[in-house]
Design a protein around this ligand. Sequence first.
Ligand SMILES: [Fe+2]
Length: 297
Amino acid sequence: MEGMSSCLPIFSLPRTDVLMDTTPHLIHGAGLGLRRPLLNQLLATPPPAVNFYEIAPENWIGMGGKSGKALRAMTERFDFICHGLSLSIGSTDALDEQLVHDIKRFMADHQIKLYSEHLSYCSLGGHLYDLMPIPFTTEAVSHVATRIKRVQDILEQKIAIENVSYYAAPGQEMTEIDFFNAVVAEADCKVLLDVNNIYVNSVNHGYDAETFLKAMPAQRIAYAHIAGHYKEADDFLVDTHGADIIDPVWQLLDQAYQLYGVFPTLLERDFNIPAIPELLKEVQTIKMLQNAHGYSA
Ligand SMILES: [Fe+2]
């Protein structure tokens, strides 16, 4: 990764007062979001650097044919996480319990160990085709937490909730971090920490990324996402997953490992996807940071 020498970590022990719990992670090491165009190549030559993969269940449930077989061959060999796109956990529409049951069956069928979703919504009397922020209000905390608990009851396991990027905060009564922490505490769920989203939001909403990171509920972290974004202006970034990861985002991941110890971390790339060897350089950088903090997978 260009410029990475400037953010190589200085090895130090993580803070003992905020360490994650000792429950083993369900997955480990460095991961890669599995997008359909990558499937055949990854199956033909699985890169040793990738310890686990993530898929959106909505894109794969019920899929047969060659792609279905290729996915089966991958899930038989590697650890996978389901990362939901359309559960719309924050919506006031009725929870799509059928979708949750379908996901449960899909996970059991492929031996997938963990399900994560965004702390957002994408439906309001119909599909919105985008992830919208939930108003940061006390009323929304209990509404969303109740829905997360219902999903956990159906799946019979805890899910991980992701901190999302957002561009407006209508009806805001509390800060983003207070809202996030209140939801995951009330739902008693795990956390998917998205490092790039913290960075993007810190620029767009003028807060300090490190302060936000330090306030995350470390003991709930199941794994992390890291990704690139698009710089529209100095004070406006767009979370595209379509560019290389910039140094300040790598530095934030390094800081997270320093604070909390190493946790599984996955590269998300959805647009401008480079050739696999190029993509794997960023997976290798995740590994390098993990190794620098005393972890090897
Ligand atoms: Fe993410």
